[in-house]
Structure formats: structure tokens, C-alpha cells
Design a binder for this molecule. Structure first.
Ligand code: HEM
Ligand code: HEM
Length: 174
């Protein structure tokens, strides 16, 4: 009986670890965008062969290690998701909406890993083409985040369902 309830719970919502890691990645990726101006300035200083000041060093360290950490967490989350599939939209979506929501989630995994890869190739191997891809990826990822946040808010404010609630906080919705 307990096992049956646990199984039912398992297939309808994300675990506390999945929910917490979702918000850790949101914080890490937000800092990548918030620090983009100082990051650009730090790279310009590096290209002019100047020694990096304390602020530049801090900004590049947060960007590179923060990005790598976001990528590693996404790989772990991908593994969790494959191990224990949760229906998208808390099971409220059907037909093309379900495919769209699912496609957007998979696009997040692919795009964040693409950003980490192109960032690494640009930063450590100084590959100019990777810098262009990193820049294009930034806009794609930003667009995807915008659509994702809009969808989450529409579920919460318009459809008034459990989709946002199941990802927010450490406790599952009622
Ligand atoms: C950097 C920003 C973000 C990224 C990369 C991201 C990524 C993801 C991914 C990959 C999933 C699928 C769940 C999983 O596989 O574990 C997801 C689900 C979800 N996210 Fe985000 N997210 C971001 C920001 C946000 C924000 C700001 C909100 C709220 C306003 C939000 C609300 C949700 C909700 C409600 C779900 C569950 C959707 C469902 O089950 O269909 N996300 N997110
Ligand atoms: C989640 C992963 C990542 C995201 C979302 C991200 C996002 C960004 C953003 C928004 C910028 C500002 C670019 C501009 O407008 O000029 C940037 C620049 C940069 N990123 Fe990332 N990044 C990520 C991971 C990484 C990683 C892991 C590295 C290296 C190890 C890296 C290396 C760089 C470099 C070198 C620049 C400066 C580009 C320039 O010369 O202007 N990034 N990134």
C-alpha cells in the first residue's frame, strides 16, 4: 500500500532534490546574464594582455566556474529525469502542448550544455568561432527562458493549476 502511494507520488511530481537544483541553476544562469557587462570588460582587458585586477578575476571565476557548475547540475538533473520520468505540466497538458513543453525542457538541457562547451572552447582554446556560437546561444537561451517563464506564469495566474507550485519550494503542492 505504502509502496503504491509512493509510486503514484513519484510519477506526478519532482523530488525535493530536483526542485532545489532547478532553482540553483536559475540562480547560476541569472548571474551569467547579470555579470555580462563586467565579463565582457574582463575579457577585453585579457585580450589587451593586461593583468587581471581583483574584480576581473572574480567576475571571470564566477562566470566560468558558475557556468561549469550549472552544466554539471543539468547533467545530473537529466539523469534524475530519465531515471524517474515526471509528466510535463503536472499531467495537465495534452497533444501538441505536451510535446511543446517537453521539447522546451529538452532544449534547455541541450542549450545549457552547448553554452558550457562553447564557453570552454572560447576561454581555454581561444577558438573565435566558439565565441560567436556562445553569443548566439546566449540569445537563444534567453528566448527559451522568456517563453518558459511566461508558460509558468500562465499556468499559475490563468489556468490556476499546480504546475508552478510543484516546482516551487521544498514541499509538494496539496
Ligand atoms: C535559467 C532559467 C531556467 C532554466 C534553465 C529552467 C529549466 C527547467 C527545466 C529543464 C525544467 C524541466 C524539469 C526537469 O527536467 O527537472 C523546468 C521545469 C519547470 N520550471 Fe524552469 N527553468 C528556468 C527558470 C524558471 C523560472 C524563472 C520559473 C518560474 C517562473 C520556472 C518554472 C518551472 C516550472 C513550473 C517547471 C515545471 C514544468 C513542468 O513540469 O512542465 N523555471 N525548468
Ligand atoms: C550556463 C552556461 C553559460 C551561460 C548562460 C553563459 C552566458 C554568457 C553571457 C550572457 C556572456 C556575455 C557575452 C556578451 O554579451 O558579450 C558570456 C560571455 C562569456 N562566456 Fe559564458 N556562459 C556560460 C558558460 C560559460 C563557461 C563554462 C565559460 C568558460 C569556461 C564561458 C566563457 C565565456 C567567455 C570567455 C565570455 C566572454 C566573451 C567575450 O569575449 O565577450 N561561459 N557568457
Amino acid at each position: 500500500m505504502v509502496l503504491r502511494i509512493e509510486l503514484l507520488n513519484n510519477i506526478t511530481r519532482y523530488t525535493a532534490v530536483q526542485r532545489k537544483l532547478h532553482w540553483v541553476v536559475v540562480l547560476l544562469i541569472s548571474s551569467q546574464y547579470l555579470l555580462q557587462v563586467p565579463m565582457r570588460a574582463a575579457m577585453a582587458n585579457l585580450e589587451r594582455n593586461q593583468t587581471l585586477g581583483a574584480v576581473d578575476f572574480l567576475v571571470t571565476t564566477i562566470h566560468t566556474w558558475g557556468g561549469a557548475a550549472a552544466g554539471a547540475i543539468m547533467v545530473y538533473r537529466l539523469w534524475l529525469r530519465v531515471q524517474r520520468p515526471v509528466p510535463v505540466g503536472a499531467g495537465t497538458l495534452h497533444g501538441p502542448w505536451r510535446w511543446l513543453a517537453s521539447g522546451m525542457h529538452w532544449a534547455f538541457y541541450a542549450l545549457v550544455l552547448f553554452m558550457v562547451l562553447t564557453g570552454l572552447l572560447h576561454y581555454y582554446l581561444e577558438l573565435e568561432r566558439a565565441a560567436n556560437w556562445h553569443e548566439k546561444g546566449e540569445w537563444l537561451l534567453l528566448g527559451l527562458i522568456g517563453a518558459h517563464v511566461l508558460a509558468a506564469l500562465l499556468h499559475h495566474l490563468y489556468k490556476k493549476d499546480a504546475v508552478l507550485g510543484q516546482m516551487w519550494g521544498s514541499k509538494p503542492p496539496h
